[in-house]
Design a binder for this molecule. Sequence first.
Ligand code: TEU
Length: 536
Amino acid sequence: MTHEWWKRGVIYQIYPRSFQDDDGDGVGDLGGILERLDYCASLGVEALWLSPVYPSPMADFGYDVSDYTNIHPMFGTLAQFDLLVEEVKRRGMKLILDYVPNHTSDEHPWFQDSRSARTSAQRDWYLWHDPAADGGPPNNWVSNFGGSAWQWDELTGQYYYHAFLEKQPDLNWRHPQVRAAMHDVLRFWLDRGVDGFRVDVLWHLIKDDQWRDNPPNLGYKPGDPPHYSQVPLYTTDRPEVQGIVSELRSVLDEFTGRVLIGEIYLPVERLVAYYGANLDGAHLPFNFQLLQSQWNARSIAALIDQYEHALPPGGWPNWVLGNHDNPRVAARVGLPQARVAAMLLLTLRGTPTLYYGDEIGMVNVPIPPDRIRDPLEMNVPGVGLGRDPYRTPMQWDGSPHAGFSVVEPWLPISDDCAIVNVQAEDADRESILSLYRRLLHLRRTHPALSVGNYEPVATTGDLLAYVRRARGDQFLVALNLGEGPYALSLASLGMAGRTVLSTYLDREDSVPAAEISLRANEGVIVALVSTGRRRA
Ligand code: TEU
């Protein structure tokens, strides 16, 4: 059986502002990514996903697009982008772009026209509404970035809706011309050889056409993100969004071998709807459960189980351990468990997404007040919502700016960069980078670990275990999420096997064992030689 590349391989997320600065302005760029392609290829990842590189005023660091079919001069040129596509392919990898359909920048020509007059040609491309009877906003909808989601526009005397910043007005996806224009954006990049898209806030695209108030969220606590104050009943995950998703999918299906990935923060039972009623939706609705779960064996075993059961027949799973909106995994679970998390990510059934820097154990970097850049931190200060700490420059070596730039970068570099960097970790056989390399290699050479069957193993306490099988190749993955040792009897599971990889990188058995003593925070991959549990 052959599997599509996006089922087999690992997706590596690059935050272009922070990967490599080639032109010496302290901000990463396409030239920098080109310089570091050999590194990406050496990891053995299948695809690179770039966060937005389009022209943008950068109010939300590129998630406020002012031209969908060009490259921001700060990042480079279209010609350089074409070269990037070519060079990525030459190394046997794929390229995935970020697609931001929910909102544009207020500096996009479409919005400039829309706000110019009530009678303008593109007026209805955005969500305009008269004030409420008291002159205030039309309803109670709040922005994810704080305050009302409605912005008063003096010139034409109406409010417009923005789920994020007021500089990010939401597009009206009910408008056929908006859909057509945005479909053409996809075709523009697909024609240039892009292999797929990660679609920003896919579950947001359609809002209630009766503009009903959202109910309050009674569980809201101070310090939670602002939009948690409401249940987003009328602003997100509306039934009509499914039609929009399948139209996007149809555009991708005009081409061969492309992938549609949806950014969707929803509970699992709602998330899986985005595969589409007939698997005609997103190929991979991002599964963010590992970002949100308590880090213990029982919670994780339960969420894997729940997810595996919720998937529609034929729906392919995926797992995300980090991204540019969430605290670094090494900071969330600690360095020893970050190694266990790496083994988990790369051995679960489904496509893994790996966030740049997690492979070297980068942590959240404290940001001094005068260096804060994230608009979320500026709007809702002091409660720890700011995302700058997990967007800091990649640490390549121990030189003054970590090999990222020749000047002071746009965000500070971590204090740990003399030790936590690619060069130092490549020289250390027991580093987390060495672990990632070994895991990625093992995964590529054994289809059981990528596309194989998944069978949970019943365990208790701090142990999480499962078996992956394909064509007689079979592995037990046993992860100790605890601080104490764990004696694992393979014999009692009807198994025997040889440890081929430990998160400690210091053991490899030559003969099969019936017993494995896991140390604190140790994960192992065991090549099974026989099993009493084999299914027919
Ligand atoms: O994020 C969507 C999203 O849900 C965020 O609001 C997230 O909850 C927030 O960053 C707190 O973690 C996407 C992008 O990934 C994010 O970077 C953008 O700021 C946002 O959309 C608006 O485009």
